[in-house]
Design a protein. Structure first.
Length: 367
């Protein structure tokens, strides 16, 4: 038996027929841009996230950039973010014209609040808290820090659809706006790509709505220098249908994570993920730390288990940022984690036999 890192076909099979019917309807009606399916999804997602507004866009990277542009953050400004994240977080800052300032992560793999405070200065305009691997960052503390410094708090929620903190606060409740990715492998993924911004601010929502359509609030009247970043109607339909199942799928992920943690808790030579302050984790990824990572992954594959890495190189060490003043900085936790992080398979409809095989393989390889 082979255990894949992810298998999206299992959750897509039930909606294939209806989705193809809708695709044909969209083609026959020639409703290709921002039609009713997009609006319906935006309404559904705003309700799901408990935010007043949800504005869809082409992808999660654009979602971050749209927030920054809506807040007039750009050239000469600095934005603080964690270096242990996918590079899209920082490239969105760079594309907006601002400078990303990289800080270390804590033992939960989340942005380190103590380090954040050290980097705030007159140029700082925002903090981007990345809700990494499926759990919310310490947003209560980050909210306090941002208010004290009179700067914006933004959430990168690309991996945390449906997450909550121990106080029952949801993604977006602490921040001025949150960005989402609907890349296929996310907890809520499209059949292509997609993104969205959620916010309770009408002003921000209106500006982002214009910015995603070339800065236009009315056809041929361009208030801002925007760009083209619109969710495709077919993706709107797919996301609405999948959103109905998201709570169940997140619960399945949680059950798998609990099984992993319980079964591997006494296993030597590995470090298991920790949950911050009893967060409601949605387990986009289940990440462990091991010794001799490369051979561990190779040997697991020989045993029939596909593993992955999130992420092998901290952003500030990427070639894309080799001219950045922090490129040679030693950001201890993130750099150490990058050497030994391994991600185990975790996805809805995963079979018990597959889960058990992953556990036995990890136990065998760590003897």
């Amino acid at each position: 038996m082979f255990v894949p890192f992810n298998d999206l076909t299992r959750i897509h099979k039930p909606i294939i027929k209806d989705s193809l019917r809708v695709f044909e309807k969209i083609v026959n009606e020639s409703q290709f841009v921002l039609n009713s399916y997009v609006k319906e999804f935006e309404n559904d997602f705003a309700k799901y996230t408990n935010q007043k507004y949800a504005i869809s866009c082409a992808n999660g990277t654009d979602a971050i950039e749209l927030i920054l542009r809506a807040l007039d953050i750009g050239k000469g400004d600095e934005v603080i973010l964690p270096t242990n994240s996918y590079i899209a977080t920082s490239t969105a800052v760079s594309r907006a014209g601002a400078t990303p300032i990289f800080v270390d992560n804590d033992k939960f793999y989340l942005i380190n609040c103590t380090e954040v405070e050290k980097y705030i200065n007159k140029k700082t305009k925002a903090i981007i808290a990345v809700n990494l691997y499926g759990q919310m960052a310490n947003l209560k503390s980050l909210s306090r820090i941002s208010k004290k410094a009179d700067i914006y708090l933004i959430e990168d929620a690309a991996q945390s659809h449906g997450a909550e903190d121990c106080y029952g606060k949801k993604v977006g409740d602490y921040s001025v706006a949150a960005s989402y990715s609907f890349y296929p492998g996310k907890n809520l993924g499209a059949w292509g790509d997609g993104g969205a911004v959620t916010t309770n601010s009408k002003k921000i929502a209106n500006k982002i709505t214009a910015l995603r359509s070339h800065g236009s609030e009315k056809k041929y009247i361009h208030k801002y220098q925007g760009f083209n970043s619109r969710l495709q109607p077919f993706q709107g339909y797919v996301l609405s249908e999948k959103l109905k199942e998201l709570h169940k799928w997140n619960s399945e992920r949680n059950e798998i994570a609990e099984t992993y943690t319980k079964s591997l808790s006494t296993t030597k030579n590995i470090s298991l993920p920790q949950i911050f302050d009893e967060n409601k984790h949605v387990w986009h990824l289940y990440v462990i730390r091991v010794k001799n990572r490369n051979s561990f992954i190779d040997n697991a594959l020989k045993e029939g288990v596909e593993l992955s890495i999130h992420y092998p190189i901290p952003i500030h060490k990427q070639m894309a940022y080799q001219k950045h003043h922090q490129h040679e900085s030693k950001i201890e936790n993130a750099q150490n984690y990058a050497k030994n992080l391994v991600t185990l398979p975790i996805f809805p409809k995963m079979k018990k036999t597959e889960i058990n095989k992953v556990i036995k393989t990890v136990q065998k390889l760590t003897l």
